[in-house]
Design a protein around this ligand. Structure first.
Ligand SMILES: C[S@@+](CC[C@H](N)C(=O)[O-])C[C@H]1O[C@@H](n2cnc3c(N)ncnc32)[C@H](O)[C@@H]1O
Length: 578
């Protein structure tokens, strides 16, 4: 007897997918027509009007992602599943072949030859066997990279033109298809060896197993450094380094606000930002050697910023040093994904120590999403059914890159929840996720003071060390008039001496919640050496005092040096003092 199936209805799904594709194609055509263009053919090698992430409107981006996700899902639904899975297992021949043609500069040889070249001539120039090159080019052309214009005659097309050696994307392609790809063949062995299975050390990666050295040691020669730098420029181009000016309300940020670009590489992201918003200043921080490269890059790409002192270059080791103190923004772009949690928290903690109360941390990275819909996940719910909640194949690079970080560095890409948790452990409070195309820009405030709002932030005493910026943060601008609660908070911010009904006296500060039923204090003397003290001796403890126990509250006696130089909140309920 036939039982009623509870499986989703494939007929309904493929009809919905086809409808999504039709409507998204109309949206794409509309966007191109509005820009006065027709949609570029795959056969064209001309640059299109939307060929970089920052040029794509949110509507066009949605339409493109819908097409990429729905086409894959539709074909995987209707095709023989054995055929689909076998094809997936053969997928590695694509990167292997891309490396051959990129190293041989086939796309360069084909430049300005729309009629194409016979593979005999191509192979002669490239120094390869014509028969073998022909088979490689035909496979790639069958995957729409290069075009076979006549039998055995190949030309560039819209995809292969990216492999031209002057295009930084080709640098990324070589890095991925050579050293990363070789390392990936050791993924299974690394994950099943008890010695390396759960390790987060860079010495226990598939990369090290494949190459005998860690990723960092692989690129020590000048040639290696150049190769990695090229790959990173390609990475920036593809992942949308030019998105930074677009996704945050920089126009509302006051004159001379300082963005500290930590682990900023040559500073290409913040260079683009100050070009578009010249009222901002940048402090670029990276290792000494990279900072030198940054200087050269800015002197070439934006000499006015250097001459007018809109940029400073400060070398650092972000595991050891605090970044420059009291900047308005601390910007981390694709830095944390290089590190497992323990190291990432160390970087964040050092930033946290450098921040003033109104500073903001901006983490600019891929933000992974589950492939399944969850009712509370608003962004996933914007993805039309029956597509996967994370846009499936349209966003596959995020999930491949997550494996890539495991492969190369034993690190990871993260979900929003993971970023919030990591930052909380570094002393930050989540404020906002700004949609930035492929990556997200996640904004955090400085833990404790965050809840106090703009009035509190602007009423803080001046920082102990000279501030590089005298400009208030955006949140400080035009504060609303203080309320009674704000005034109470301002009082409570000061170092206080609090006497209690049981005769104890605490010196500390308020670190409570918005509902001041209890007061949380730090007693420096009592807790500094206590069991709760952190290894740096900064977290000295806390105590909850119900209001009814408090007999007297005195502001710290003016002129007397406070027992501590200042205090600031950690994430949630911890408090740091120094
Ligand atoms: C993946 S790159 C990201 C560069 C840049 N933010 C971008 O988005 O292009 C990571 C950066 O972290 C820097 N870095 C690595 N270890 C560091 C350390 N201990 N101190 C400071 N910077 C470091 C590297 O030199 C590199 O520039």
């Amino acid at each position: 007897m036939a039982t009623e199936s509870t499986a989703p209805n494939g007929t309904a799904e493929i009809t919905m997918l086809a409808n999504l594709i039709t409507s998204a194609v109309q949206d794409v055509v509309k966007e191109y027509s509005a820009a006065g263009h027709s949609v570029p053919s795959l056969n064209s090698t001309e640059q299109g009007p939307f060929d970089a992430p920052h040029l794509v409107s949110p509507a066009l981006s949605r339409a493109i992602q819908t097409i990429e996700a729905a086409c894959a899902q539709l074909s995987f639904t209707v095709a023989n599943p054995g055929h689909v899975v076998t094809n997936k297992s053969y997928g590695f021949y694509e990167p292997a072949s891309l490396l051959v043609v990129t190293n041989a500069k086939i796309a360069d040889i084909l430049l300005d030859k729309p009629e194409g070249m016979h593979v005999q001539d191509l192979a002669k120039q490239a120094g390869l066997d014509p028969g073998k090159l022909c088979r490689i080019l035909r496979m790639l052309a069958t995957k729409h990279c290069f075009k076979e214009v006549k039998p055995d005659v190949f030309a560039n097309n819209r995809l292969s033109i990216q492999l031209v050696s002057s295009n930084p994307v080709s640098g990324l392609v070589v890095h991925m298809t050579d050293e990363a790809f070789k390392a990936a063949t050791f993924l299974d062995a690394t994950l099943t060896d008890p010695k390396t299975a759960s390790s987060t050390s860079t010495d226990d990666t598939p990369f090290k197993r494949a190459h005998g050295v860690s990723l960092f040691d692989f690129y020590t020669t000048p040639e290696g450094k150049k190769r990695f730098a090229q790959a990173m420029v390609g990475w920036g181009a593809v992942t949308g380094r030019s998105m930074l000016p677009k996704v945050y309300p920089w126009d509302k940020i006051p004159q001379d606000a300082i963005i500290c670009d930590i682990g900023g590489g040559n500073g290409h992201a913040t260079l683009g930002l100050v070009k578009e918003f010249p009222h901002l200043k940048v402090i670029l921080q990276d290792t000494p050697e990279v900072i030198q490269q940054g200087r050269v890059y800015w002197n070439t790409e934006h000499p006015q910023a250097v001459e007018n002192q809109r940029v400073r270059f400060v070398a650092m080791d972000f595991f050891v040093d605090q970044p420059v103190s009291n900047c308005d923004f601390y910007y981390l772009r694709h830095v944390l994904h290089d590190w497992p949690n323990a190291e990432a928290i160390k970087i964040l903690t050092n930033i946290r120590k450098a921040m003033k109360s109104s500073s903001r941390l901006l983490i600019h990275e891929f933000v992974l999403q589950h492939a399944v819909r969850e009712p509370k996940d608003l962004s996933a719910n914007q993805v039309p059914e029956p597509l996967l909640a994370n846009y499936g194949m349209a966003r596959i690079r995020l999930y491949q890159q997550d494996i890539n970080t495991m492969n190369l560095l034993n690190s990871k890409e993260r979900t929003l929840e993971e970023f919030i948790d990591l930052a909380r452990q570094g002393g930050f409070k989540f404020e906002h996720l700004w949609d930035s195309g492929e990556a997200g820009l996640i904004e955090f405030s400085a833990g404790f003071f965050a809840f106090l709002g703009p009035v509190m932030a602007s009423s803080l005493p001046p920082p102990a060390s000279p501030s590089p910026s005298l400009s208030p943060s955006p949140k400080d601008a035009s504060p609303p008039p203080p309320t009674a609660l704000d005034r109470l908070r301002t009082l409570l911010r000061e170092l206080l001496r609090i006497s209690t009904t049981d005769g104890r006296v605490f010196i500390g500060t308020f670190a409570g919640t918005d509902k001041p039923l209890n007061i949380i204090l730090i007693n420096a003397e009592e807790f500094r050496m206590g069991p709760g003290a952190d290894p740096d001796g900064r977290f000295v403890g806390q105590v909850m005092l119900p209001w009814k126990m408090i007999t007297k509250v005195e502001a710290h006696i003016p002129g007397q040096r406070p027992p501590l130089n200042g205090c600031n909140g950690g994430g949630g309920d911890s408090l740091y003092m120094w």
